[in-house]
Design a protein around this ligand. Structure first.
Ligand SMILES: Nc1nc2c(ncn2[C@@H]2O[C@H](COP(=O)(O)OP(=O)(O)O)[C@@H](O)[C@H]2O)c(=O)[nH]1
Ligand SMILES: [Mg+2]
Length: 707
């Protein structure tokens, strides 16, 4: 975003005043689906049709209302969600355009948290693609009402029937077509509405005229109409009885019953059109108002206050409550928080508390966002979406509640951070700003995980994939002027001993006047994995004076941290100091620290050293057909299968332990192995002995690090 305040809204072009809508006339509609299916273009068409924009932008030109960030325009894809409200026939429809690529799923997740209906945009050319399947499964888990817009019917090789068949076989019986296309490919010019038995034929400006259904379609239309009516009336016993008695249900009755099925997420209407030619676009908007669930049609939201749970309904009465579903980091105006009002009405200058951070937040300027255009408002009713700038301590997923009522909505699940990259600031200035800038980026992007390891001395960014991480680095440079180089993530190898040994550590130095002298005899023995370090003082008879024994221990500990024989951190060793010598004048803490260090190194080499490698617990969830491939691949990565479990939806969860060094790029490999249908989590499990033939490779990574 460019510098601005909510007052100089003129910078943002059209200044639209929007009237206030009551909760039951609000529709929060998220556009979801695979990348390239036409979500952003459809949003643009809806905005234009509703008169919210004067000119239809194009994804290719970077001129759409939703793809406003340079990182989106450069790639021609949506990366973050965009809220795009339109006013349509007495309704305020808050469209939320979302990304369609797996790397940016966290914004889809955020949008699903506030949506009351998900419209799946499916290309009639490409059909049902993987990201549509992934989001459908997520919507089913969250019980979100769904419908489908079959898009691109104007394109060559578009096929409505084939797409419909695919929708049925992928998503099941609830799929209910409400329309049939009139004409094909370049000849696609309208839709036949199965509820009203009428045809809508479109002019180039996106308006339509109502006509009788064309003859060549009439027979099919009647048949599908009857199927649809039967499909709808079964949901209502009374209507069903009257239908069987020969009564023809009215369109209003059918719509009413259909709306119930949609709200219950048992019926998933399918409509069709083209976001480019505008066919079917206004019909979609009509339908969102007519059968799309209002916030009041959805189940109440579960909130927590300490140990107690409660439910919140989007009532005008009750306490003001808001949920922050998205944060945008702006280097000039600070952060912008997008929120949904869960209950009551929120007004300018309201003071609410963020129970998570404990901060009291005053909501200075409230505004409605449309893409990046801001329109100031004075109040926001329950169920509606709006934004506020400059909250002091509120992050994505936080709740804003009245003072004294510390309720919170369940936060987002932490993202898996499946792919890592290490970053190195280029200059001192970059270094100074790196940590704080990353923190601000993380506030807008909950899928970004930042780790600083003092074992490998790396700052590691973890994200959802290569494109996600590339975008993070671009934003870091663009928004905060911080430039970094990248390198592979290093694995924190460690070393330990394979047997017992003893050695003398002797430090003696005679330079000019007063010298250094200390001798410590050490006995080392391996400890169980994960035990760390144990120091045993076995000195008797004052062979080393009491006050110098801690120095021996310190010398050993520093050597372990600095790196042992191979240069890796040393662990799981017990050291006994059982004898020594001192000099009444030359001995000092310094000389015994050195003696401890020297004796320890000597004892380690005598004992024999093994390198340890971190092992991860990996849980891979894939459709059952990929299970064999996944297990075979894990074997080739020195992994061990721990078990498999059926997790529902035809998916299997495979648990394996596998050396961490073998799965650094697993996010990329699993995606290509499963066509994007697999997902996984990985966490550190334990350390295990690195096979001897791999030690040189491990040391090479360390050498590269210190180069
Ligand atoms: N012919 C045709 N092209 C479309 C249609 N909808 C989208 N497109 C094109 O498909 C490409 C991807 O569209 P976009 O809106 O970015 O898809 P998104 O990734 O789902 O947001 C762009 O080149 C659009 O111009 C349509 O209905 N017909
Ligand atoms: Mg898009």
């Amino acid at each position: 975003m460019r510098p601005h305040t909510s007052r100089d809204g003129d910078l943002w072009g059209v200044h639209v005043r929007m009237k206030t809508y009551s909760t039951d006339t609000i529709r929060n509609v998220v556009l979801v689906g695979h990348g390239g299916s036409g979500k952003t273009t459809l949003a643009e068409a809806l905005l234009a049709r509703a008169g919210a924009i004067n000119r239809i932008g194009r994804v290719e030109d970077g001129t759409t209302a939703s793809d406003t960030e340079p990182e989106e325009q450069k790639r021609g894809i949506s990366i973050s969600l965009a809220v795009l409200p339109i006013e349509w026939e007495g309704h305020k429809i808050n469209l939320i355009d979302t990304p369609g690529y797996a790397d940016f799923m966290s914004d889809v997740e955020a949008a699903l948290r506030v949506a009351d209906l998900a419209v799946f945009v499916v290309s009639a050319v490409e059909g049902v693609e993987v990201q549509a399947e992934v989001v459908w499964r997520r919507c089913a888990e969250l019980d979100i009402p769904r419908m489908v817009f079959v898009n691109k019917l104007d394109r060559e090789r578009a096929d409505f029937e084939r797409t419909l068949e695919q929708l049925r076989s992928t998503f099941g019986a609830g799929i209910a077509p409400l329309e049939l296309p009139i004409g094909q490919e370049a000849g696609f010019r309208g839709v036949a509405d199965l509820l009203t038995d009428a045809a809508f034929v479109y002019a180039p400006d996106g308006t339509h005229t109502t006509e009788p259904v064309p003859d060549d379609l009439a027979e099919l239309e009647h048949q599908v109409h009857d199927n649809l009516v039967e499909g709808i009336v079964v949901a209502d016993d009374d209507l069903m009885e009257r239908y069987l008695d020969g009564e023809v249900p009215s369109v209003e009755e059918l719509e009413h019953t259909l709306a119930h099925g949609v709200a219950d997420a048992t019926v998933f209407p399918v409509v069709c059109g083209s976001a480019i030619t505008g066919v079917g676009v206004d019909r979609l908007a009509d339908l969102l108002g007519e059968i799309g669930p209002a916030p009041t049609d959805r189940p109440p939201i579960a909130v927590r206050a300490g140990d107690t749970e409660a439910e919140v309904k989007p009532d005008a009465s009750g306490q003001p409550l808001a949920f922050v579903f998205k944060t945008i980091a702006d280097p000039y105006v600070g952060q912008l928080s997008l929120f949904k009002v869960l209950s009551s009405t929120i007004k300018t200058d309201d003071q609410l508390v963020n129970p998570t951070s404990g901060a009291t937040e005053r909501l200075h300027g409230l505004f409605v966002l449309r893409g990046k255009e801001q329109t100031p408002v004075t109040e926001v009713v329950a169920g509606d979406l709006a934004a506020v700038a400059k909250l002091s301590a509120t992050r994505t997923g936080d709740t804003l509640a009245p003072k004294g009522t510390p309720v919170t909505v369940p936060p987002f699940e932490p993202p898996p951070g499946v792919l890592g990259i290490a970053v190195k600031p280029r200059t001192q200035a970059d270094d100074d700003k790196l940590a704080s800038s990353l923190q601000r980026l993380q506030a807008e992007d909950p899928a970004l995980v930042i780790e600083r390891s003092d074992e490998t001395h790396q700052t590691v960014l973890r994200g959802m994939g290569e494109t996600h991480l590339a975008v993070v680095l671009e934003k870091l440079a663009r928004k905060f002027g911080v430039n970094v180089d990248t390198e592979d993530v290093r694995v924190p190898y460690r070393e330990t001993i394979s047997g017992p040994a003893e050695a003398e550590g002797k430090y003696k130095k005679q330079t000019g006047g007063h010298g250094q002298f200390g001798v410590a005899w050490l006995r080392v023995a391996p400890l169980d994995r994960g035990s760390g370090f144990e120091f045993v003082d076995k000195i008797v008879g004052g062979a080393i004076p009491r006050q110098f024994i801690p120095a021996v221990q310190k010398g050993i500990e520093e050597t372990m941290a600095m790196g042992g024989v191979h240069g890796f951190r040393v662990v799981d060793i017990r050291v006994e100091c059982f004898d020594g010598k001192y000099h009444p004048v030359d001995s000092s803490e310094m000389s015994f620290k050195m003696a401890g260090s020297l004796g320890f190194r000597e004892a380690m080499s005598k004992a024999g050293v093994v390198v340890l490698e971190p092992v991860s617990l990996l849980k891979v969830t894939v459709p059952a057909v990929y299970q064999g491939d996944v297990m075979g691949d894990i074997n080739s990565r020195r992994g061990r299968v721990q078990g498999t479990e059926t997790v529902g939806g035809g998916e299997q969860e495979v648990s394996v332990t596998v050396p961490t060094s073998e799965i650094l790029r697993y996010a990329i490999d699993l995606r290509s192995m499963t066509g994007g249908r697999g997902r996984f989590t990985a966490e550190h499990s334990h350390y295990d002995v690195l096979p001897a033939h791999l030690v040189d490779k491990a040391k090479a990574s360390l050498a590269a690090a210190s180069a």
